[in-house]
Design a protein around this ligand. Structure first.
Ligand code: SAM
Length: 230
């Protein structure tokens, strides 16, 4: 059984997909998809030996070696042309690391029809990367599990350039639109945290003027968005 977080990632994997799950750890996501006969093929990529060996064990235990290949490689280097990967999943890491992984091997993204990404932090930065590389966000979900909130972002290549507003980049175009209770809770919490950060900045012996201004703008953005539905 998958966590709700990985279950939500799984939900967006097209039927019959050829998936590369990068940073797969135990390979739970591709294993669940293969057992459900949801996918045709998967690569479970891992850069660390321990998790890679965990994935191999999991694949053997479940008798899925004909569908899932575990590979020890850095990011998208796990993908080979012959895999004909059409879907990439990257879950459970920071947005900065996810963008780094996507940036490192642009040639591996050419045949890819869908990215399903679950950044733990740094969502705005990831959305900015997607926009700048013409990956249009097709769906988003925010879920709460074990005291954390997680965002799942689904993106597909676009032939035309497009721009997201600073609101869409920060909050997510679909999440902003839906404005769910989980969304409100996350951003109320974030607002409190950022206010504390601002106070600490202001009380410094040499207050960082530029950072304070940016912080105030960020806080104003959150307040504005939270008040939208009042
Ligand atoms: N994707 C799984 C999930 O969402 O539950 C596992 C998440 S785990 C917190 C992050 C995994 O990414 C670790 O196993 C780590 O070794 C792997 N990882 C980090 N950087 C990587 C990279 N550049 N290439 C491949 N895997 C990487």
């Amino acid at each position: 059984n998958l966590s709700q977080r990985l279950e939500t990632v799984a939900e967006f994997v097209p039927k019959g997909a050829r998936v590369a799950d990068i940073g797969s750890d135990h390979g739970y996501l591709p294993a669940a998809l293969a057992l459900r006969k949801r996918i045709a093929y998967a690569v479970a990529g891992e850069v660390v030996k321990g998790p890679y060996e965990n994935a191999i064990r999991e694949i053997q235990k479940l008798n899925l070696a004909n569908i899932i290949q575990a590979r020890l490689a850095d990011g998208l280097a796990a993908i080979e042309d012959a895999d004909q990967i059409d879907t990439i999943t990257i879950a459970g890491m920071g947005g900065a690391l996810i963008t780094q992984i996507l940036d490192a091997h642009p040639e591996k993204l050419t045949g890819v029809a869908r990215l399903i990404l679950q950044p733990n932090v740094g969502e705005a930065r990831l959305r900015t990367w997607l926009m700048n590389h013409r990956f249009q966000i097709m769906a988003e979900k925010m879920i709460a599990e074990d005291g954390h909130t997680y965002e799942i972002i689904v993106a597909e290549p676009s032939i035309v350039p497009f721009r997201y507003s600073k609101y869409e980049l920060t909050f997510g175009p679909f999440l902003l639109e839906k404005h769910s209770p989980v969304f409100d809770k996350k951003w109320h919490g974030e607002l409190q945290r950022q206010k504390t950060v601002l106070q600490q900045m202001s009380h410094a012996s040499q207050p960082p003027v530029k950072k304070i201004r940016q912080q105030e703008e960020y806080i104003a953005l959150i307040k504005e968005t939270l008040n939208n539905d009042d």
